[in-house]
Design a protein around this ligand. Structure first.
Ligand code: SF4
Length: 421
């Protein structure tokens, strides 16, 4: 979501006659787009602001947008007195007001609705992978999560708007569509005639666009994985065989305390249905270890579910208390050293599964999408249908955007391959 917001901010400033620079000292405006999901991310924002402040031209405007802006509000001006703007994730479309009135302080952390999508200019050229936000906010209120506070209650965009943006992306360069939402599979929009649209309808509509060759969506909540959506994996070949469906913990007790009220049986039944619908599907997850009250036995159950599902491409984090959340007030917080030990154990296991999966791809041919050159410029990075990086030697002339690649080698982090002529 932040990558998408960053593109829209850059495009909005370009429409305002500005050009991008990688050099802070050259910039007339510096926008730090921020994430508040973990405490460490928030701390990093303020140290980055200190660095920017020292490096920028005296006349340059600088400020923050996104979830840390919403979390900090006017307090950001107290911490950094010469900051020029603080705009929340639902109000960053107001950024250009600061260009018209550079001596004012611009503060807007309203949650509002979906106006920003109407007010932001369309991007003239889409990246190959276009992110299309279809819903924002979240009603689930997991006890550890700051998102319902920073992004607000769940709200779905109109079906027609989502399709219009998808077609626009396809006509201006997109080959892959990634539908986005904090609770993307909870997408639900009822039009003025009473017809209700779900994510499966959007996938069907996107698949009809000839330029669109790959479709995916993130991030999914288990109880919203309805049968119509599971069916899409069986019938729609453009939908990639890869799904991020975070479980967070393998302990029913911890899930209850997280206010994630699904049973482990329901979760594993959904995985079984997905694998029946699309035998080659791979699942990824996010995990939180060291949630308040998590016992050794709770953690062992997380290891067990990880071993049972064999997730690829997953992320695990130490629980980090966030303001405005119920879990931050729980009294049975877990010591950092225990969190760190559990994180290392789970991480090691997830990495070993990733390596095993990557190695199982050797000698296979996968359809891959070009991401761009690597740092050396001598290689190209492609993405497999499972979001693995695949590195090939840069060919002479133009490289194909979507191509079959024969996988020749693998390690934990990436694959190597050769473009199939
Ligand atoms: S479902 Fe996701 S975004 Fe919503 S509250 Fe839970 S963790 Fe946060």
């Amino acid at each position: 979501m932040n990558v998408y917001d960053g593109w829209r901010i850059a495009s909005m400033l370009t429409h305002h006659g500005m050009t991008q620079t990688d050099n802070v000292a050259d910039a007339d405006i510096i926008v730090l787009n921020t994430c508040a999901v973990r405490a460490k991310a928030t701390d990093k924002v303020y140290s980055a602001l200190g660095r920017i402040r020292r490096a920028k031209k005296p006349s340059a405007l600088f400020g923050i947008v996104g979830c840390v802006a919403r979390e900090s509000g006017a307090d950001a001006f107290r911490r950094i007195p010469d900051l020029n703007f603080v705009l929340g994730p639902q109000s960053y479309h107001k950024l250009t007001q600061i260009l018209d009135n550079p001596d004012a302080r611009l503060l807007n952390i309203d949650l509002g609705g979906l106006e920003k999508f109407d007010e932001l200019p369309q991007m003239e050229k889409s990246p190959t992978v276009a992110y299309i936000p279809i819903q924002e906010g979240c009603n689930h209120c997991c006890t550890y999560c700051i998102v319902p506070y920073t992004r607000g209650r769940e709200i779905s965009r109109s079906f027609d708007d989502c399709v219009r943006d998808t077609i626009h992306a396809a006509k201006t360069g997109a080959v892959e569509i990634c539908f986005l939402g904090q609770n993307v599979n909870g997408y639900k929009y009822t039009d003025e005639n009473g017809k209700t649209y779900r994510l499966s309808d959007l996938i069907r509509a996107a698949a009809k666009i000839p330029e669109i060759m790959r479709i995916r969506f993130t991030s999914s909540y288990p109880t919203e994985m309805t049968d119509d959506l599971i069916e899409m994996f069986a019938v729609e070949p453009k939908l990639l065989p890869f799904l991020n469906m975070p479980i967070q913990s393998g302990s029913q007790n911890v899930l209850t305390r997280m206010n994630r009220p699904y049973s482990l049986e329901l979760y594993t039944d959904i995985i079984d249905k997905l694998r029946a619908a699309r035998p080659d599907i791979q699942i990824s997850s996010d995990f939180i270890v060291g949630f308040p009250g998590e016992t050794d036995s709770d953690f062992d159950q997380t290891m067990e579910i990880a071993k049972r599902i064999k997730y690829i491409n997953s992320y695990c984090f130490k629980y980090s208390p966030r303001p405005h959340t119920a879990a931050a007030l729980m009294t049975d917080q877990i010591p950092e050293n225990i969190k760190a030990t559990r994180l290392a154990q789970l991480d090691e296991y997830l990495n070993s599964v990733q390596r095993e999966f990557n190695e199982s791809c050797v000698d296979k041919t996968l359809s891959c999408l070009l991401e761009g050159p690597d740092k050396t410029g001598r290689h190209l990075v492609y993405r497999t249908p499972y979001m693995q990086q695949c590195i090939v030697v840069r060919p002479d002339g133009d490289a194909p955007v979507l191509t079959d690649i024969k996988i020749t080698a693998a390690n934990k982090a990436s694959l190597r391959g050769e473009i199939v002529k």
